[in-house]
Write a protein that binds this ligand. Sequence first.
Ligand SMILES: [Zn+2]
Length: 111
Amino acid sequence: MQIPSQFKLFHQTWHIRLCQPMEIGDDLGQTRPDLFEIVLNPNQSAESMLHTLTHELIHAIETKLKLDMTENQVDLIALGLLDLFRSNPNMLTLLGPQPQLDSPAEEPDND
Ligand SMILES: [Zn+2]
């Protein structure tokens, strides 16, 4: 699994890295808005890592927007987004930098 080492959010560059042993205790991940950094615990399955990354990305958003969401709210939104994008891969294409808003393909003309 290739996790990007950085991302942009609201015109600010954030960094993503794996933590050092004991750096974040038993946490699976941490978001450090003061450092524009997300730290992930490497000791988790790939599926857990994706959930944790999504969870931390939502923390980055909610912190910057001062939403003051609870851990449970952040986690459930992460779960919802993962399901949404996995169930509808085209949604990511639509929301990407070059929206694909073409009209549906026409039926082949069989005449
Ligand atoms: Zn959290």
